[in-house]
Design a protein around this ligand. Structure first.
Ligand SMILES: C[S@@+](CC[C@H](N)C(=O)[O-])C[C@H]1O[C@@H](n2cnc3c(N)ncnc32)[C@H](O)[C@@H]1O
Length: 227
């Protein structure tokens, strides 16, 4: 094989390997890195919808109780970071008909999927926006920022949540729901609730509630420490 053909062959082989790696189906909910943050792609919104919107999830996710705990007015401005296919945002939008719910996700396909869902389910108070991985770039000041099973996907969290604090109402709350390390559900790599508390404390928040009713997850609520 001439060197010209050899280099073409090597180039094509690299392309094929990269393409198949990108297209490889995710065979579990989470792929794991060694650090505290688990990264993987959430590109196939329909596939993820089958998983996230599985009605069986309600039995342990207890969405109505989570929402009843957080929603004290029907005009709240709520941001769901890592909104995905809308499991919580759709429910928040129904609970706050006079408010606004913004789903923020870094996957364009998820954003499109949730906007379509809001249109189909006639929820004019729900929109989804494309977030940057290091900044949600909120278009309005939030009363409540909610993250379910997403906290561990975010990098450089102290910086991220310090920036987020500037995009919230002064008395706004941040609620984090994520899997306890002892739970058989969720990703293999899970963060202790103490790690979340320490990081958000470093980012300028104080813990105001730690709800214990979810069987598999902690449910922490924070406010700006200056309040
Ligand atoms: C495990 S899913 C959680 C889905 C949803 N919160 C639920 O409970 O059904 C994580 C989602 O977070 C998104 N995500 C990951 N990193 C993010 C970031 N830095 N900012 C916003 N969304 C992010 C992913 O694209 C994915 O849709």
């Amino acid at each position: 094989m001439s060197s010209q053909y050899l280099s073409k062959f090597v180039f094509l082989a690299v392309l094929v390997v990269s393409a198949s790696a990108a297209a490889a189906p995710q065979d579990s909910l989470h792929h794991h890195d060694d650090d505290a943050t688990a990264h993987h792609s959430f590109t196939d919104a329909q596939k993820w919808a089958d998983h996230f919107e599985d009605p069986a999830r309600d039995s342990w996710q207890l969405p109505d109780s989570v929402i009843a705990t957080l929603v004290d007015r029907d005009d709240l401005v709520i941001v769901d970071i890592g909104s995905a296919t809308g499991y919580f945002p759709v429910r928040f939008a129904r609970a706050c008909p006079r408010g606004r719910v913004i789903g923020a996700d870094i996957e364009a396909e998820m954003v499109w999927h949730l906007n379509e869902r809001a249109r189909r389910e006639e929820l004019p108070n729900l929109v989804s926006i494309l977030a940057a991985p290091d900044d949600p770039h909120l278009p309005v000041r939030a009363d409540l920022v909610f993250l379910c099973n997403t906290y561990h996907h975010i990098n450089d969290r102290v910086d991220y949540f310090s920036r987020l604090r500037q995009q919230m109402n002064p008395d706004g709350r941040v609620a984090v729901v994520d899997f306890r390390p002892s739970s058989p559900r969720g990703p293999r790599h899970k963060l202790e609730s103490g790690e979340v508390e320490a990081e958000l404390s470093a980012a300028g928040y104080k813990l105001v509630a730690s709800h214990q009713f979810l069987p598999d997850q902690y449910f922490l609520v924070f406010e700006d420490r200056q309040q």
